[in-house]
Design a protein around this ligand. Structure first.
Ligand SMILES: [Zn+2]
Length: 346
């Protein structure tokens, strides 16, 4: 026995070292791939489109404004226009990584990752303030948008007309609505922002949807397979009115034990496989023809951004991450950026 153990020890050590190498290498490959996919994703917003804008407005910031718009419907042109009008934290230390606070938002803010105390020079003297820090520009933009989901803004904002194709709010109506709700006291504020949006041609960003940001021409069948056949019950329906959320429920909730597999409803490309404070571990899949499906609250995702998936392929496991009260899959279907009834496709 002693002899065999002596012989086995170096073999085991080599095996362990070898496995460690493999893991390290695959992590590196994964990071390189993510970086490549990440930069590929940004190529749809080009330097040309930024022509004539202040140079502290980068492709990354415009991308974040479009991402925020795709999640909230609030126009990218308005947040960019306000940044230009107010100078924001443009190009400052606060605006750059690792703080990502390009809108000069003071703490506390929705989604802030921490705080930083900064001394700023104002016309009337030196001011010390506590600002929010964010994990990325998208979180900073979402923090800006979060204000409008609450009083005093929410009623005027939700009354604004939306583009029937993209679901995004009309930019001029939106800026008027937030001004009317007390966002700024300057009586010419609305005109100033509209002039900037016109001068810098910011309106062109408002028609961009997440599908514009992803290359590839994968098109699904339009006939979906059930994303969670292992469910125990459907606990909420599309359109259901619940007191804790604004507007009707945007999808179907399927309750299932943690770890139950979830599957892509159709062929497509994974445009998001990541974390959101509200959706938890979530996956978004673009099926072409304006059809997008979203899968929320996973205990884990098993696909990654940029990956092509086949109808019925496993994409994750049921969990209760993000804003969730128990293990379930929230399944949402969007047609041209507007949530529609999943049952019409199942
Ligand atoms: Zn839900």
């Amino acid at each position: 026995m002693g002899y065999i153990q002596k012989l086995l020890k170096p073999i085991l050590v080599s095996v362990v070292l070898f496995l460690f190498m493999i893991v390290t290498m695959s992590v590196t490959v994964h990071e390189v791939m993510s970086a490549l996919i990440g930069s590929e994703r940004q190529t749809q917003i080009t330097e040309d489109m930024l022509g004539g804008m202040p140079d502290w407005i980068t492709i990354e910031i415009v991308q974040a404004a479009v991402d925020m718009m795709n999640e909230t419907g609030y126009p990218a042109s308005v947040v960019l226009g306000q940044m230009i009008l107010e100078g924001g934290a443009g190009g400052s230390e606060l605006s750059n990584p690792p703080y990502y606070n390009c809108l000069g938002q003071k703490s506390p803010s929705h989604l802030e990752s921490g705080t930083v105390t900064m001394v700023t020079e104002e016309a009337w003297g030196t001011v010390t303030a506590i600002f929010s820090t964010f994990r990325n520009y998208t979180d900073c933009m979402l923090a800006w948008g979060y204000k409008f989901t609450m009083p005093p803004y929410v009623d005027n904002v939700t009354a604004c007309p939306r583009d029937p194709l993209t679901g995004h709010y009309d930019a001029d109506a939106f800026i008027e609505a937030v001004w009317k709700s007390g966002y700024a006291t300057d009586p010419n504020y609305v005109n100033k922002v509209i002039q900037i949006m016109t001068f810098y041609e910011l309106y062109k960003f408002n028609s961009m949807t997440s599908s514009d940001l992803v290359p590839g021409d994968i098109t699904g069948t339009g006939q979906f397979t059930h994303p969670c056949p292992g469910m125990t019950a459907q606990t909420s329906y599309f359109g259901e009115i619940r007191e804790f959320e604004v507007g009707g429920h945007k999808g179907n909730d399927y309750a299932a034990p943690v770890g139950t597999p979830t599957y892509t409803a159709d062929d497509g490309v994974v445009t998001v496989a990541g974390w959101s404070d509200s959706a938890g571990n979530w996956v978004v899949i673009d099926h072409g023809n304006g059809l997008v499906t979203k899968y929320m609250h996973h205990s884990k995702n098993v696909v990654s951004q940029g990956q092509t998936v086949k109808k019925g392929q496993k994409i994750g496991e049921v969990g209760s991450t993000g804003q969730s009260t128990g293990p379930h899959l929230h399944f949402q279907v969007e047609l041209n950026g507007v949530a529609v009834n999943p049952d019409d496709y199942l």
